[in-house]
Ligand binder design. Structure first.
Ligand code: ADP
Ligand code: MG
Length: 369
C-alpha cells in the first residue's frame, strides 16, 4: 500500500503560563513524502528529531496539527488507530508476561469484531503463518521471560504481522539488543519485509542500520526533512553538512577551507582545482575513502599512527584546519608499507570531497579540473 504524507505538521504547545511559558515544539514540520508500495523506508535522525512523532501520526496514536495522511488515496487523518490497519513494533517489546509466545501473537486476533471476527481455525492458521515467518515455531510454549531479547522482538514483530497490516511501523526495534543480535535481527526484518511485501517504515538513530536495510532513507533534523533518497545516493550526494556528517563510519573529515581563484585551499595548501565556484570561505568534507597516499600529494597531515582494520588500514593523522580531533583516512594495506616520518601526504578524490557554505551549510556544487 502506498502511504502519502502531505504537509504533515505536529506542534506540541510549550508548558507554563505568562512569561514562564516555554516555546512550542514543532516535532514534525511540513513533512511531505510518498512512501512507495511494498518498500522499506528508513527514517533516520538524532534523538528528538521527530521520528517517533511521525510514526505516531501515521498509526493514529496522535493527530497532526496540520496536514493529511493518505493510505492508497484514502484520507485516514481522522481515522482511529484500530481502523487504519497498521502494525506497530516499539523499542521495548511490551509482550504480556503471563501469556506464552503463541498466546501473545494470537492476542490481537481475539479482539477482532464484526465482519473481521475470525474462527478458532482461522486464528490458528494466522498464528502459524506469523510464527513461521519469524522462525519461532519451536518456542510457542515459552513465556517472554524465557526468551532472549532478539526472540522477544521477533514475537513482537509476529504479533504486529498477524493482523495482516497494510503498513508496518517499527520504532527503534533493535535498540535493546546487543551488537551481534542487532545485526542478525535487522537482516531478519529485511527478509520478513521482502517476503510479505508489506510497506514498512523503520525508525532508527543508527545510520548504519538504516543504510543497510532500507530501499529509501529519510534524514530528519529538528522536525524537518533534510534529504530523501536511496542510501548510497544520499551518502554519495549529501545535500547539506548535517546529512554529510550524519552518514558514514568512520565519519566524514571536516576542514576549514577557502575557495580562491579556482582552487580549494586547506591550511594554505592547494588541495584541489575547481571550476565554477565563487571565492568564499567553506567547510570542506572529505570521506575517509577519499584520501590516497601519495608521496608528492598536495595535502599534508601530521601522522599519528596507522590502525589496521583487517583488509584496510585507517591512517590517523592531525591537521590544523581539521574540525575533528583527528583525520581518518582509509587506504589499502599495501599502499602504506612505506609509511614513515612525522608527516603523511595525500591526494584527494574530488568525488569524495564536498563543499558547504559557512552560513547555511548547504552544499556547494563544483566541477573538478
Ligand atoms: P525522536 O523519536 O526522533 O527521538 P520524538 O518524535 O519523540 O523524537 O520527539 C520530537 C520532539 O517533540 C522532541 O523535542 C520531544 O521533546 C517533543 N515531544 C515529543 N512528544 C511530546 C509530547 N507529548 N509533548 C511535548 N513534546 C513532545
Ligand atoms: Mg523516538
Amino acid at each position: 500500500m502506498k502511504v502519502v504524507l502531505s504537509h504533515l505538521t505536529k506542534t506540541f504547545p510549550g508548558r507554563g503560563r505568562g512569561s514562564k511559558k516555554k516555546e512550542d515544539v514543532v516535532a514534525v514540520n511540513d513533512f511531505t513524502f510518498e512512501i512507495p508500495d511494498g518498500r522499506l523506508v528508513g527514517l533516520l535522525g538524532p534523538s528528538g528529531c521527530g521520528k517517533s512523532t511521525t510514526l505516531n501520526l501515521i498509526c493514529g496514536l496522535q493527530k497532526p496539527t496540520e496536514g493529511q495522511i493518505f493510505f492508497d488515496g484514502e484520507d485516514v487523518t481522522q481515522l482511529s488507530p484500530q481502523k487504519r490497519g497498521v502494525g506497530m513494533v516499539f523499542q521495548n517489546y511490551a509482550l504480556y508476561p503471563h501469556l506464552n509466545v503463541e498466546q501473545n501473537i494470537r492476542f490481537p486476533l481475539e479482539n477482532l469484531k464484526g465482519p473481521e471476527k475470525l474462527t478458532k481455525e482461522q486464528m490458528r492458521t494466522r498464528v502459524e503463518e506469523a510464527t513461521n515467518l519469524v522462525q519461532l515455531g519451536d518456542l510457542l510454549d515459552r513465556k517472554p521471560a524465557e526468551l532472549s531479547g532478539g526472540q522477544q522482538q521477533r514475537v513482537a514483530i509476529a504479533r504486529a504481522l498477524v493482523k495482516l497490516p497494510r503498513v508496518l511501523l517499527l520504532d527503534e526495534p533493535l535498540s535493546n539488543l546487543d551488537a551481534r543480535l542487532r545485526l542478525q535481527t535487522r537482516e531478519e526484518i529485511r527478509r520478513i519485509q521482502k517476503k510479505t511485501g508489506v510497506t514498512t517504515i523503520f525508525v532508527t538513530h543508527d545510520q548504519d542500520e538504516a543504510m543497510s536495510i532500507s530501499d529509501l532513507i529519510v534524514v530528519m533534523k529538528d522536525g524537518v526533512v533534510q534529504q530523501i533518497g536511496k542510501p548510497q545516493g544520499v551518502y554519495d550526494n549529501p545535500s547539506n553538512l548535517f546529512v554529510a556528517k550524519f552518514l558514514g563510519t568512520p565519519p566524514i573529515n571536516l576542514f576549514d577551507g577557502r575557495v580562491q581563484d579556482g582552487a580549494l585551499l586547506i591550511g594554505g595548501e592547494k588541495v584541489l582545482t575547481l571550476k565554477n565556484v565563487p571565492d568564499q570561505a567553506v567547510y570542506a568534507g572529505v570521506r575517509p575513502e577519499g584520501f590516497t597516499l601519495s608521496e608528492n600529494g598536495p595535502f599534508t597531515c601530521r601522522l599519528s599512527r596507522p590502525e589496521v582494520m583487517g583488509r584496510d588500514v585507517s591512517i590517523v593523522s592531525t591537521h590544523p584546519a581539521s574540525q575533528n580531533p583527528v583525520v581518518r583516512s582509509i587506504v589499502d594495506a599495501e599502499s602504506c608499507e612505506h609509511l614513515s616520518g612525522d608527516t603523511v601526504r595525500f591526494s584527494l578524490n574530488p568525488r569524495k570531497v564536498f563543499l558547504f557554505t559557512k552560513d547555511t551549510e548547504a552544499r556547494i556544487p563544483f566541477e573538478s579540473v
